[in-house]
Design a protein. Sequence first.
Length: 184
Amino acid sequence: MKLIPTAIADVLLFESQCFADERGFFMETFRQSEFDKLFGEQGLKAPTFVQENMSRSVKHVLRGLHFQKRHPQGKLIRVVSGEIFDVAVDIRQGSATYGRWFGQILSAENRLQMYIPPGFAHGFLTLSDYADIIYKCADYYAPDDEHSIIWNDANLAIKWPLDKGAVPILSDKDGKAVRFEQGR
């Protein structure tokens, strides 16, 4: 497994080695000892994941920007079919990258995984007809602690790759999300 640093030091990309032939392919997507080693080389402690989720979204669905305050979740995101634009926003007050975002296309084709540490808001936009996403979490989902920042907050200025003229499909909850300054 290869670790790829990003513009925000604690947000990391991982590329798994893929063994392919005429029958298909095999790829190891997670090994705790390898994560321990790779995180350690960055001076970080590897997360311990306690929950795994899967979601499917159709084209133009935008989920997020979600976070938990009392139970912040680190997440390891990967796409098993389709393509998304995945975004992490640093909401850690006092951080050198506070208020900055990083976005990356994740797809079944590029096989990249993105690690988003606790203290970040997370969201994604589905770029393909549909996308299946699997993500591991380093803390449990706490519905009473879930918060959302509005996807198009002008201060964050996230460059979502929406098709020309397309309007993102939002849940009612995400449509009522607050601005960055209000949500911290």
